[in-house]
Design a protein around this ligand. Structure first.
Ligand code: NAP
Length: 527
């Protein structure tokens, strides 16, 4: 990579970071990857945030069509990076080529999906309540509501999705779609990948004539860059995917600002899988095979990884457990994303052993320094209820199977769980009555409830919810995947008795944006 490519990007300018240096590490070999990326100073953060604030007013007011073209141009620029992007991401993350190619497709697909969302205009949730001058006892004013961009957003890239959840990932795409400038903090595990993605966005900003401060990209040699960014008064919201510790630290900074701001952090989830007796009896071995595949996929480094299986006992349990043991034993060791994540995985597995939890199966080992061996443990409901630490997320290919004698025990167990991204139910028709008893509890615990499947593999689609009650996310009213993600970066504004010429285009009588609007309470589509 050239010197220019390793520099920060602040409002279209390349600047050399001087506050320490960030270097990727090839997790397959443990070797440091050159060159270094200079870390931002507090002054650099200030400059990027101020530039974003300067851009916010113009960018918010861009026509939906112009923003849609901008999103599509970013996607084209990412595609134009070609193999260089995939090669760099492979070196920095150890993820296989096919996975990264698929992730690039997903990244560009979600940018284009948000372009369609922007054009549709439904996201503005326009409501027009015309004046009723003759209403008694008091006249009603003319009121017009539109959801508008909240302002500059700080985006923290995720380690486990170097493309789809990082610099040009879902948080950035939804912030841009809403009309919010982005200051991205690159994840230190993949600075080169971040630089390539940031360059693609910068070229799209220039090509589409967007204000320069619409996008900046910073590197942080330590956590201070993220802290400065979240504390900066120009930043109005935060998008984050990562650890619970990181997410809650940023939430605290955001909440203690003179002007607190929302943090949309996706953090920690063990994604319970409930196995009902009818399903286990009918197809226990097949469920076991699918479970092992989901648990081990991508070295288990998915936020939707099935960390906890609740086995409601009945006939067939033995076949299920034997099939899990066989499947895990045949699972090769796999490289994890970073030395830190690998270390945390080893600690998590060791902690289960130290608490006396029985191993059910272990996968293959490897001499590579950051490879994880898959592991499944088993225990009973009483042990899980007695020890909250057994419900902690272990990020990686480790799972815990909990035997429950009946649905009432499963209910107690669910009651004790924290909020989750997903809960999966495996059931036959004969199990539906049992499941119905649990549904009121399940719906309180998860953002996505799925049947006869596993939460890994998150569709980017209008009906997707990738969110859930705390601590799976910091704000369970939102999703970070799917078109509803745009809502996180919007704020409703009501214009009362505003002259037509001063209204945003979306609220004018002639509906120049040709968007759906709710007029006097009735949804009205453009003619
Ligand atoms: P992370 O350590 O939370 O890092 C995410 C981002 O936040 C990075 O940019 C990091 O900076 C920054 N950061 C972390 N702690 C911070 C703090 N206290 N103050 C300011 N900035 C902070 O997450 P990770 O590296 O992606 O993975 C580590 C763990 O996260 C995993 O073991 C797993 O438990 C969890 N994880 C969960 C999910 C999920 O979706 N639920 C996804 C990925 C990871 P640096 O770049 O300087 O490190």
């Amino acid at each position: 990579m050239s010197a220019a490519e390793t520099a920060m990007l602040i409002a279209g300018e390349r600047l050399e970071g001087t506050e320490g240096a960030v270097r990727g590490i090839d997790p397959r070999s443990g070797e440091t990857i050159e060159p270094a990326f200079g870390g931002a100073t507090e002054a650099d953060v200030d400059r990027a945030a101020r530039a974003a604030a300067d851009a916010a007013r113009t960018f918010r007011a861009t026509a939906p069509e112009a923003r849609a073209v901008f999103l599509e141009t970013i996607a084209s620029e990412i595609e134009a990076l070609g193999d260089a992007l995939i090669d760099r991401a492979m070196t920095e993350t150890g993820l296989p080529q096919a996975r990264l190619q698929g992730e690039r497709g997903r990244t560009c697909g979600q940018l284009r999906l948000f372009a369609r969302v922007v054009r549709d205009g439904g996201w503005m949730d326009v409501r027009i309540d015309p004046a009723q001058p003759d209403r008694q006892p008091l006249p009603r004013p003319d009121m017009r509501l539109a959801k508008l961009a909240i302002g500059p957003v700080a985006v923290f890239g995720a380690s486990n999705f170097p493309l789809a959840f990082s610099v040009a990932g879902g948080d950035t795409a939804s912030a841009f779609a809403a009309g919010c400038p982005v200051v991205a903090k690159a994840h230190s595990a993949h600075p080169g990948t971040s630089a390539l993605m940031g360059g693609a966005i910068a070229r799209a900003v220039a090509a589409c004539g967007m204000p320069a401060g619409t996008f900046s990209l910073l590197y942080g040699a330590d956590y201070r860059v993220g802290e400065w960014l979240v504390a900066h008064p120009a930043i109005k919201a935060v998008g984050f995917t990562g650890s619970r510790g990181g997410g809650t630290a940023l939430m605290q900074i955001a909440a203690s600002r003179p002007e607190p701001i929302p943090v949309y952090a996706e953090m920690s989830s063990i994604n319970p899988v409930l196995l009902f007796p009818g399903a286990i009896a009918a197809r226990g071995a097949a469920i076991a095979a699918a479970y092992v595949a989901s648990l081990a996929m991508g070295a288990g480094q998915f936020c939707t990884n099935p960390g906890l299986v609740v086995l409601i006992e009945g006939s067939g349990d033995t076949a299920f457990r034997e099939a899990v043991a066989g499947g895990i034993a045949a699972t090769p060791a796999a490289t994890m994303l970073t030395p830190g994540i690998h270390g945390a995985y080893l600690k998590g597995v060791e902690a289960l052993r130290a608490r006396g939890v029985a191993p059910l199966a272990a996968g293959g080992t490897s001499a590579n320094p950051h490879d994880a061996t898959a592991a499944v443990f088993e225990t009973d409901a009483d042990a899980l209820l007695a020890d909250p630490a057994l419900r902690d997320e272990i990020f990686g290919p480790a799972g815990l199977v909990v035997r429950c004698p009946d649905v009432a025990t499963a209910a107690r167990l669910l009651e004790g769980l924290e909020g989750q991204l997903t809960i999966a139910l495996h059931m036959e028709a004969a199990d539906h009555a049992l499941a119905a008893d649990l549904m009121p509890l399940i719906v309180e615990k998860a953002g996505r409830i799925l049947v006869n499947g596993f939460g890994t593999g998150v569709e980017v689609a209008p009906a997707m919810v990738h969110g859930g009650p705390y601590p799976s996310t910091s704000d369970g009213r939102s999703t970070s995947v799917g078109t509803l993600a745009i809502d996180r970066f919007l704020r409703p504004v009501c214009y009362q008795d505003m002259p037509e010429g001063l209204l945003p285009a979306a609220l004018r009588d002639d509906n120049p944006c040709r968007i759906p609007r709710r007029i006097d309470g009735t949804l009205t589509l453009p003619a």
